[in-house]
Design a protein around this ligand. Structure first.
Ligand SMILES: Cc1ncc(COP(=O)(O)O)c(C=O)c1O
Length: 352
């Protein structure tokens, strides 16, 4: 039975990427060796790493703009700590926008290293909107925000304007929309949404913002160490990086981020239109802040839950349950999700 995978992450990846990745596990580059049994320093793998790096810069239009690309481990969660380690000065201060679970976790880590100014929060309404009014003090080392709130289904459409460094956790919407990425000094994203399997984290950082904190940084947490070793200070996550490279190539073959964005808009609008026009459903997030990656919605009549859940199961729909802190449903419709799968869900909603 065909499955429609709405899982929030790890999540759907392009079928052709999965096919190529599985082939490489058996016989990589016709070496008669598996990708996961050769040295990460072999010419064949070094080429993968270089290609992945250059595709990131190409897709984000950051070539020759002074950025380095890293593929690290420890998940986006370790970046919550690495960011302040590398950017917050001794006795420094950073500004954070609190828009959900992940930004709260980032705040917790930053507080270990310095002062954190929570300049705005949407906690008062269970994070169902993006705060728009805030003031950024002019003595902060950086401003941190989460561009897409995977759990609550909200997404920044406008970004903080600041003279300070701008840092963004883009885990759940990187490569999903065209932006001026040069406005960011540091972007990080766990691979397991729009890029590949869990196990590697993408970091894109402007070189000249590093090395200015005056603090001692443990080697594994120091971006400059990883840059100087081409993300091979320790053994990199070869398989997740290989799959990420394939997915980045797939994005390029689709016409790049702008073409992907057009498809993502059509997909999200199809689903939000049904949510807004079907009296049995309502959206969970404020309309103007709705995410184009994670669509959160609720039933207006809980008595219909069992019937709807059964219908979804029979139709092969997977991973539609909302996060426990929001309830209801969450359709994660990342880049690789075909519009046909969203149509299947919309047709079920119509027939409920
Ligand atoms: C926006 C965001 N940030 C951070 C994380 C944490 O990522 P990881 O599990 O790679 O540490 C997630 C995970 O879903 C996320 O959605």
């Amino acid at each position: 039975m065909k499955k429609h995978n709405f899982s929030a992450g790890p999540c759907i990846l392009p079928q052709e990427v999965l096919k190529k990745a599985s082939e490489a596990v058996i016989n990589f580059n016709n070496l008669n060796l598996s990708l996961i049994e050769i040295s990460h320093r072999s010419a064949d793998f070094v080429e993968v790493m270089e290609k992945a790096r250059s595709l990131v810069l190409e897709l984000l239009e950051l070539e020759n703009k002074g950025y380095s690309v890293l593929f690290l481990q420890g998940g986006a969660s370790l970046e919550f700590l690495m960011t302040p380690y590398n950017l917050m000065k001794e006795n420094g201060k950073a500004a954070y926008l609190e828009t959900g679970t992940w930004s709260s976790k980032a705040i917790k880590e930053a507080k270990l290293l310095g002062e954190v100014d929570i300049i705005a929060s949407s906690k008062d309404k269970n994070y169902n909107y993006i705060p728009k009014e805030y003031t950024i003090a002019n003595d902060v080392d950086y401003v941190h925000f989460t561009s897409n709130n995977t759990i609550y289904g909200t997404q920044f459409k406008e970004f903080p304007k600041t003279e300070a460094l701008l840092v963004c956790d883009m885990s759940s919407d990187i490569f999903s929309r065209k932006l001026d990425f040069s406005q960011f000094d540091l972007i990080y994203a766990g691979a397991q949404k729009n890029m590949g399997p869990a196990g590697t984290t993408l970091v894109v950082v402007k070189d000249d913002v590093l090395g200015k904190t005056g603090r001692q940084i443990p080697s594994m947490l120091d971006y400059q160490v990883h840059i100087s070793k081409d993300s091979m200070y320790n053994t990199p996550a070869v398989f997740p990086i290989y799959v990420s490279m394939l997915t980045l190539q797939w994005i390029k073959d689709q016409g790049g981020v702008l073409e992907i964005e057009k498809k993502n808009i059509a997909k999200a609008e199809l689903l939000y239109n049904e949510i807004d026009n079907n009296p049995l459903f309502k959206g969970a997030a404020a309309k103007e802040d709705r995410s184009y990656m994670n669509v959160t919605f609720l039933l207006t009549n809980e008595n219909k839950k069992e019937q709807f859940d059964n219908m979804c199961k029979e139709a092969g729909i997977n991973g539609l349950n909302g996060h426990r802190s929001v309830g209801g449903y969450r359709a994660s419709i990342y880049n690789a999700m075909p519009i046909e799968s969203i149509q299947v869900l919309v047709d079920l909603m119509k027939s409920l």
